[in-house]
Design a protein around this ligand. Structure first.
Ligand code: ATP
Ligand code: MG
Length: 430
């Protein structure tokens, strides 16, 4: 499994802080402008200095609290204090601008609008309530003006308190999100550690298992060659069987090691431009002897002009080798195996067809699973051995290149594997 460190989530709360900070500043500016206009109609009735002091105090407290609490990033406190300041400011302005009641309603509307913009639905409900109060105030006679004022303040407080609660809930969730992220990060680094451990283990196991195996095979071959004295026909037969078994064990170890490495490899780091026709020819050469041994007819149809493409050459080759090996293994003697290559602007298509035993429909989706093998596979009256990793490797390689692999039935019998690799002509940094 590939483990990526995804840090995107970490910047999420930071963005919210910045957004809210900007809205606070905008709101404070609005208060400055508004309080100035509120002051205008009462210049004649009240002392202008009192109104100006209230306006300035309101602005400074609003903006000041923003700067003081930004450093602690304690949003909840900023919001509580600002809302308190706003309420106090509004009450004071209402008291000092008794002669122009309608202005405070405008102030409340703006307050409601900002609440709705910043926070949530409950603020919008508060805002609507204030609008209704304003309409009431317009409809009723002057004696009822005080009641609508009080009602507006109560509703505004209600909307403010409910928005506090909702914001607190939102922040709690945000903190939860951050703690989940931290846990995820911890798990991620543990996974990376386990991945590294697994890789080290695989490296050691691969080396420690492969070396004695090769030595044992070498010694048996010496015995078979007669260097240790004459070998009886029975001994020769048994020793040959030993070599076969050891070779297949060695193949299994290779495949396991190969698969473990593919899974922890970033293909983009090892991709390079290469001559695709040449790579395909190398893959064929690796398997060709096996076709000859089984007297199988092998045909190929590879266009001369395949463009150079960006792939991981060793893996691309391995993919074709595995498909050709399967075609060879699961096709009886004298059968036919065909390799066709086509390409267009977007895709390079490699088709490997055989006239073998075929794959029943119910097993087609499973053959790519690790260690999956169709049970009791008999070809030429012999049980076919294998590990069940060949096609898993093929699939990992194809996926790693952004390609696709499909299986079709060959008529009248056999299988066709169709692999498509995306045509990438120039190497691009991932
Ligand atoms: P190895 O790991 O040595 O390749 P394997 O050939 O058994 O072992 P895969 O290559 O993964 O494993 O194939 C999985 C199974 O799919 C095989 O056991 C076989 O039953 C089936 N299969 C694969 N290719 C063919 C084919 N060309 N024709 C018929 N059956 C196939
Ligand atoms: Mg195989």
């Amino acid at each position: 499994m590939k483990v990526n460190n995804n840090l995107e989530i970490a910047s999420y709360p930071e963005q919210i802080f910045v957004f809210r900070k900007n809205i606070f500043l905008l709101r404070a500016l609005f208060y400055l402008v508004l309080t100035f206009f509120v002051a205008l109609p009462i210049f004649e009735q009240r002392s202008p200095s009192v109104v100006i002091v209230i306006c300035l105090a309101l602005f400074l407290l609003n903006t000041g609290s923003r700067y003081i609490f930004t450093y602690s990033k304690d949003l909840e406190i900023i919001i509580h204090i600002q809302q308190l300041i706003n309420l106090l400011g509004i009450i004071l302005l209402v008291l000092y601008s008794w002669g122009s009641n309608s202005t405070f309603v405008v102030l409340f509307i703006i307050e409601g609008f900002f609440c709705g913009l910043m926070y949530n639905l409950s603020c919008m409900i508060g805002f609507l309530a204030i609008v209704i109060c304003f309409l009431l105030y317009l409809c009723l006679d002057n004696n009822c003006a005080n009641y609508t004022t009080v009602l507006s303040i109560v509703l505004s407080m209600f909307s403010t308190i409910s928005s506090f609660l909702i914001i607190r809930e939102q922040d709690k969730r945000k903190i939860e999100l951050i703690s989940y992220y931290l846990k995820l990060e911890k798990l991620n680094s543990r996974l990376i550690g386990i991945g590294r451990l697994r890789k080290n283990f695989m490296d050691i196991a691969y080396h420690d298992m492969r070396s004695p195996l090769s030595t044992v095979i070498g010694f048996i071959q010496n015995i078979l060659s007669g260097y240790g004295g004459p070998v009886t026909p029975k001994q020769e037969e048994w020793l040959n069987r030993c070599v076969d078994k050891l070779n297949s064990l060695s193949k299994q170890i290779n495949e396991l090691y190969f698969l473990a490495n593919i899974e922890s490899t970033d293909f983009n780091e090892i991709k390079k431009r290469c001559d695709i026709s040449h790579e395909i020819e190398l893959a064929i050469a690796e398997v060709y002897d096996k076709f000859v041994k089984k007297n199988q007819k092998f045909t190929k149809n590879i266009p001369n002009s395949i463009p150079w493409m960006v792939v991981v050459p060793i893996l691309f080759r391995q993919c074709i080798v595995n498909l050709l090996e399967n075609a060879n293994k699961y096709t009886p003697m004298e059968g036919t195996i065909q390799l066709e290559v086509e390409y267009d602007e977007n895709w390079l298509t490699v088709k490997v067809s055989d006239t073998g035993i075929g794959i029943p429909d119910e097993f087609k989706p499973k053959v790519f699973d690790e260690f999956f093998r169709v049970k009791n596979t008999i070809v030429d009256n012999q049980k076919v051995s294998g590990t069940g990793l060949g096609l898993t490797i093929v699939k990992s390689i194809v996926d790693g290149h952004g390609g696709t692999i499909t299986i079709q039935d060959n008529k009248p019998n056999g299988t066709i594997f169709i692999v498509k690799f995306p045509v990438v002509r120039e190497y691009r940094e991932a």
